[in-house]
Design a protein around this ligand. Structure first.
Ligand code: ZN
Length: 138
């Protein structure tokens, strides 16, 4: 069995951003040379997510509105976590959207269902943050 590890750094311009990272993951799979196996992609920070869904702008806006309704950023004083930090809402948004995804690799490609794409969800951006890609297989 072979394994391949890669970190990808993101610095989003806004506090919240949603980036389709499928091309980055496909590139990592190509670099790994692995044709059959599993690919794990996870956010390495507790205020960001990696998730799979549709690459459709309306849906991405809907997610953002929904998350902001569930855990509004303002007023920051509503959260006990905030004091030195102001990112309690980002921790909660990450919890809802998840930490990681695992996708099968078949014949050197991501073995997706219809419309599936991998996204990086940032909830406390404007600073450098990392995503880990780990691939195992043959
Ligand atoms: Zn925090």
């Amino acid at each position: 069995m072979r394994s391949y590890r890669k970190e990808q750094v993101f610095q989003t311009p806004h506090r919240r951003d949603y980036i389709n990272i499928t091309p980055d993951v496909e590139k990592a799979i190509k670099e790994s040379g692995i044709k059959e196996g599993l690919c794990l992609v996870n956010a390495m920070h507790i205020t960001a997510s990696v998730y799979i869904n549709d690459n459709e702008q309306g849906l991405i806006h809907d997610y953002d509105k929904w998350l902001e309704k569930l855990a509004p950023h303002e007023p920051v004083s509503q959260y006990e976590h905030n004091g030195f930090e102001d990112n309690a809402d980002a921790h909660m948004k990450r919890q809802v959207m998840g930490r990681e995804v695992v996708v099968a690799i078949t014949d050197g490609k991501l073995d997706f269902g219809p419309w599936e794409q991998i996204f990086y969800g940032e909830f406390d951006g404007r600073r450098k943050k990392r995503v880990l890609v780990k691939i195992i297989g043959e």
